[in-house]
Design a protein around this ligand. Sequence first.
Ligand code: FAD
Length: 344
Amino acid sequence: MTSTPIFAVIGAGMAGLSCASELHAAGLGVRIFDKSRGAGGRMSTRREGSGQWDHGAQYFTASTPEFTQQIESWLAAGVLAQWQPQLAIIPPRPAASSSHPRRYVGVPAMTAPARHLATRLPLECLRTIDAIRRDGQGWQIHSTERGWHEERFAGVALAMPAPQAAALLRAAAPGLAAEAGAFAMTPCWAAMLQYESAPPLPFDAAFVNHGPLRWVARNASKAGRDANHCWVLHASAEWSAAHEEDPPDTVLRALLQAFTELGAPPPIVARVHRWRYANLPAIETAPAPGMLWQADLGLGICGDWLHGGKVEGAWLSGRALGRAIAASPRARRGAAAASASSGL
Ligand SMILES: Cc1cc2nc3c(=O)[nH]c(=O)nc-3n(C[C@H](O)[C@H](O)[C@H](O)COP(=O)(O)OP(=O)(O)OC[C@H]3O[C@@H](n4cnc5c(N)ncnc54)[C@H](O)[C@@H]3O)c2cc1C
């Protein structure tokens, strides 16, 4: 008996969901697995009490017609809005360019576009995939929560930061693991603060060019958020790398001190989060091929780091991998056999 080939996508961030959407649109079977509680990855929102913080990606932009079209569909679905903050540069300096990019944010939270993509796709959360292997029947995945899953897959797409993909591939595909291992990613310490009332700051968001901070933003300046006086602070990549292993309390104190120097009062809630693999370094460590697909193995990788970084890069990378898989003999053979056996 033949059936539609099913592909596993590991990672439900923007890259994995974009890849899975392409596979689904091509009529292929797909299952997505993610170790966290929901879709979004680094397009993430933390909630605690009355507080809400987009503590990963802050906003995104579009430079390609393909992603602009995707943005239009998210705007039409009401899961995205343009963001036009009162933006400062500290210390003040003339803007490097006179063009102002359109900035977009998920509504009511940064996770919204990813969750919207995931609604049509089978996603299993709280599955940390820690091994994959292949035999004559296909690929099998192992999660810390369920052990070896019984289902066999025609192929596997990894959609996660480079160091995590390299670790997962080391035993199953050392060549691909080495390619992923050539990419470095920088950490980012993020602080999440809540105030009793609005801090007296003359901006909604600011690029900060001295001290530990690189970015600060008032969460409620984005559409659809409650006016809960929540701010997100991001440390610079350099400072985050230098303090990567510092105790969270020490990091929080340093970031709070720097924000106080910008005029902020003491917060009523203060939390800190370390993104170990946040962004690509400013200087490329390896050329960006868009995605990696090894057709003979049925194994591929996508992610922002393969497409220049950022949300748009993640979406484009996932889409490119999904299309490569759908066009591969392994997918077409299975799909043709499935339609023949169903009499189509
Ligand atoms: C602090 C910060 C600020 C940022 N600011 C911006 C910005 O302003 N604009 C912008 O465009 N981009 C920004 N980015 C980058 C942007 O968030 C990413 O480019 C994009 O979200 C990456 O998507 P992805 O799908 O490639 O990876 P991810 O979003 O990292 O998705 C990977 C997914 O894989 C899952 N996963 C990993 N390992 C496993 C495993 N073993 N088993 C199961 N699941 C696994 C993770 O849980 C995650 O959901 C920022 C990122 C950070 C961290």
